[in-house]
Design a protein around this ligand. Structure first.
Ligand SMILES: [Mn+2]
Length: 379
């Protein structure tokens, strides 16, 4: 294992590093005083916020759970002409600050704002300009990271069932998902309700990488000027193809290809431990070591899983295949001092299943971080 080789630079970074920061992710409909208070009560000092509303018009998504959807996806994308404004972001930031919270990241672009960047469509040039405007706005608002997921099918093909400890409802993948993507849908949301019938033609993996390369070439220089880090989520679920379309990052080594495409530290990773653990190749601890050593992790999605794609179940943080404490020790050793947020949590049986699941994950994470931070000799 490479994780036990303390080369000088890593050792130095470890000595200079501050503690990792506990955070919480909030959906758009949760950006309010009640949830800011809840986040602080869970111990979070930082927030990762979603500006895209996955619950507004979806048949399958319940506002008290993570979005899962059905064949119609997560419903309608947002308004293509309404980019998130400086005033809107500043107001959210100020309200969070009033509750003692800093906003670390905005997670995900709205499909309405970049469908033709993903599709290489006729509005691509215009939408790349819009994304540049968004990045500058986010930078001006003092939010350091934008998380994104360069994916045609998006997070699709998952099921739910009572497979967690004590019968907790969890999200799982049980086999491949081959249903083609209908015209007018991208990233599991509908951006054009009036698209002609038919399905999206399949593209090659190389074409997908070419599109992503163009996206980075256009946006990373702007991100550098704006002081914003672009952080890529791996493909969830991590399979070579979903809905007949290729995936970008479905094995741990493909993250290396992504960061090697542009050397800027603004080209970074939204490091999802659950998704990485679901991948069939590699080893989760080695992946954590490899990418945290390179200092290319913007923030962490902290969740656990049982099994490997295409057959796995999400679990409670202490229930899955991954030794989460070992993961945190590797991050600490390599000097990672960014934000760690719980990712999807099982729904707990009570009147507030999402809140209970998140509070449980946060409590576990707080205890683990406290234990690691108090022991100067760890690991
Ligand atoms: Mn994730």
């Amino acid at each position: 294992m490479r994780e036990s080789k303390p080369a000088g630079i890593y050792f130095k970074r470890r000595l200079l590093a501050k503690n990792m920061k506990p955070g919480l992710g909030l959906y758009r409909h949760q950006l309010n005083a009640e949830h800011f208070r809840f986040a602080r009560q869970c111990g979070a000092s930082h927030l990762v916020i979603h500006m895209v509303d996955y619950f507004r018009s979806s048949r399958g998504n319940q506002a008290g759970d993570q979005p899962v959807g059905d064949d119609a996806g997560w419903g309608l994308a947002g308004d293509p002409d309404a980019l998130w404004s400086f005033e809107e972001l500043s107001a959210i930031k100020a309200q969070a600050a009033a509750h003692g919270l800093r906003i670390e990241a905005i997670e995900n672009f709205d499909p309405a704002h970049w469908h033709d960047v993903l599709l290489d469509g006729p509005k691509k040039a215009e939408q790349l300009e819009n994304l540049k405007t968004l990045i500058r706005t986010v930078g001006r608002a003092g939010i350091p990271v934008i998380g994104y997921n360069f994916s045609l099918a998006g997070v699709a093909g998952r099921v739910k069932g009572p497979w967690g400890r004590g019968g907790a409802e969890v999200v799982a993948v049980d086999g491949p998902c081959d249903k083609p993507i209908p015209n007018g849908m991208i990233w599991n949301m509908v951006y054009d309700r009036h698209a002609p019938p038919g399905n999206l033609a399949p593209i090659t993996s190389e074409e997908l990488w070419r599109r992503h390369g163009e996206f980075l070439d256009a946006l990373v220089p702007v991100a550098e000027e704006a002081g914003v880090t672009l952080a890529a989520h791996p493909d969830d679920p991590p399979m070579p193809e979903v809905r007949g379309q290729p995936r970008l990052v479905f094995q741990p080594r493909l993250y290396q290809r992504l960061i090697d495409r542009h050397p800027s530290p603004r080209n970074a990773l939204e490091f999802c431990l659950g998704t990485l653990a679901e991948m069939t190749d590699g080893d989760i601890y080695e992946a954590v070591d490899t990418y945290s050593r390179q200092n290319r992790i913007a923030y962490i999605h902290f969740r656990n899983v049982r099994g490997k794609a295409p057959h796995y179940q999400e679990t409670f943080v202490d229930e899955g295949d991954v030794d989460m404490l070992r993961v945190l020790r590797i991050l600490k050793k390599n000097g990672f001092d960014g934000v760690v947020i719980p990712d999807h949590a099982p729904q707990m049986t009570c009147d507030a299943p999402w809140h209970a699941g998140m509070a449980y994950a946060c409590g576990w994470m707080m205890a683990a971080l406290q234990s690691i931070n108090r022991d100067p000799l760890a690991p």
